[in-house]
Design a protein around this ligand. Structure first.
Ligand SMILES: C[S@@+](CC[C@H](N)C(=O)[O-])C[C@H]1O[C@@H](n2cnc3c(N)ncnc32)[C@H](O)[C@@H]1O
Length: 466
């Protein structure tokens, strides 16, 4: 929404929400926004936007019920069952077939509301892979602009009414019954990372195999949708799929997506992105007023951590594993289920005594370096330099630690080779000196023999003349 095509009082209200509630609604359809604002104003008996702005300024907590009215969080398990059937029977098997047996599968539920969509995905993935493979290989991002919805999704708790569409068999397999209703099994929730994410503003995820964004884009303007489709194209792997809502169509001039099933709103990547496509995102990123510096900083830190050529893990103060990069996953055979585990219960715990180093960091706050730590595994022996850096709150209190593992096995074996060569060289030098000594003695002996012979010759000559 450009601020010119709406009532100036509404523009002032939108500006206020953007600056003070951290919520940018300028990409939303103005017709939908008008309806939602009117509804909330009616509930408060307020007649116009000007008075409503004044009310929000005087009652800052009003942001919460207003945003609750604007973000329609309605969701359901297996919403549009035919489309989910198609996904289960045709798309998920294809995603699995495109992967190596132990390769990761990354899924993003964008605009997941209170979580029913993401748990529907989990059920289908467990059915397709089995729970063990699911826990080992799948990583799911569940995001929404609405913090309250995310908190609800994270809890995974639903009333009897909300679980009505789930078969009794699936219910007992995937949920635990509580006094209030049903909770999605916590073990199966482990591969899910929940977070607030505004599709129109924040940087997209990457290397996603299945991106589910249903019933979100209908509330957004065409140009906002276009910029989000570019982000989605960027987010997906070349073989990835995009699953939209029933009422949502993909309107892009250049066919950056091609339909796999129009009936079920499932798409694959089409043409590559051009500079013009990227520019649909860039103006919002470049515009200083709209950039959230903290988000940018966090994204850069995250990218730097993940892209590091060395294995790295971050550990909380209670020695539990918080995050690991791909190199660490590969080096220590980590699995998603290990996130949250105590370091001493993992392979890494054989290398470092997490309790001792945390105590040391707590008292000194200085980084710790461990050199040439020997790690004997079933396959071979590896040597690692381990750098442990404290992570501190701004107040200086210890929050956790970052551990970097540098494989120095090759350096060690080169150093061994050099040492072996040096000792051989020393041996050869000693032998050479001894040989030299023998040679000198032999020469001396030869010289004295020669002298003896000469004097013998002289004696013989003397006698023969005499
Ligand atoms: C109707 S719900 C859809 C829930 C679920 N995807 C489904 O189909 O059942 C729409 C969700 O989109 C979220 N949403 C709206 N605008 C968004 C944005 N710009 N970025 C991320 N999420 C957004 C809302 O907070 C809401 O939870």
């Amino acid at each position: 929404m450009t601020t010119s095509d709406v009532n100036p009082d509404m523009t002032a209200l939108l500006d206020y929400l953007k600056q003070n509630c951290g919520c940018d609604l300028t990409g939303n359809k103005s017709s939908s926004l008008t309806r939602r604002f009117q509804r909330r104003m009616q509930q408060l008996n307020i007649e116009n936007y000007k008075d409503y702005l004044q009310y929000i300024q005087e009652h800052p907590s009003e942001c919460t019920p207003l945003l609750d009215t604007i973000f329609i969080n309605f969701s359901g398990f297996f919403r549009d069952p035919n489309a989910w059937d198609y996904l289960a029977n045709k798309i998920i098997p294809q995603i699995i077939a495109n992967k190596q047996p132990d390769e990761r599968i990354r899924v993003w539920s964008a605009g997941c509301a209170s979580g029913q969509e993401v748990y529907t995905l989990v059920m289908l993935l467990v059915e397709a892979l089995g729970s063990e493979q699911y826990l080992q290989r799948v990583q799911i991002f569940a995001t929404d602009i609405d913090e309250d919805a995310i908190a609800q999704a994270r809890r995974g708790s639903y009333s009897h009414l909300e679980i009505a569409g789930i078969s009794s068999e699936a219910l007992s397999k995937y949920f635990e019954q509580t006094e209030q209703g049903y909770v999605f099994r916590s073990k199966l929730r482990r591969p899910i990372v929940f977070g607030r994410h505004d599709l129109a503003v924040n940087a997209p995820m990457s290397k996603i195999d299945l991106l589910v964004c249903r019933n979100v884009l209908i509330y957004l303007k065409r140009e906002t949708q276009a910029s989000i489709f570019v982000r989605f194209h960027f987010a997906l792997t070349d073989e990835g799929f995009l699953f939209l809502g029933k009422a949502e169509s993909l309107t892009n001039e250049r066919q950056i997506f091609t339909p796999v099933s129009l009936k079920h709103s499932i798409f694959a990547k089409g043409q590559n992105l051009t500079l013009k496509d990227y520019l649909l995102i860039k103006p919002r990123i470049r515009n200083k007023a709209e950039v959230d510096p903290l988000t940018t900083q966090i994204l850069i830190w995250q990218a730097a951590f993940l892209a590091s050529p060395f294995a790295q893990v971050a550990v909380a103060r209670n020695s539990r594993l918080l995050v690991a990069n791909q190199q660490a996953y590969a080096l220590f055979g980590l699995k998603n289920v290990d996130l949250g585990a105590r370091l001493q219960d993992l392979e890494i715990g054989r290398l470092v005594n997490s309790i001792a180093f945390m105590r040391q960091l707590d008292s000194s706050r200085h980084p710790i370096s461990l050199k040439n730590v020997q790690w004997v595994s079933e396959l071979d022996t590896t040597y690692l330099d381990i750098h442990i850096t404290p992570i501190l709150y701004p107040s200086g209190k210890l929050l956790g630690a970052n551990l970097t593992f540098i494989d120095v096995t090759e350096c060690i074996s080169l150093a061994d080779d050099v040492e072996r060569l040096n000792s051989n060289l020393a041996k050869v030098t000693v032998e050479l000196q001894e040989t030299k000594k023998i040679l000198y003695n032999t020469i001396a002996e030869l010289e004295s023999t020669q002298k003896e012979l000469e004097s013998l010759n002289q004696e013989i000559e003397f006698r023969s003349h005499g």
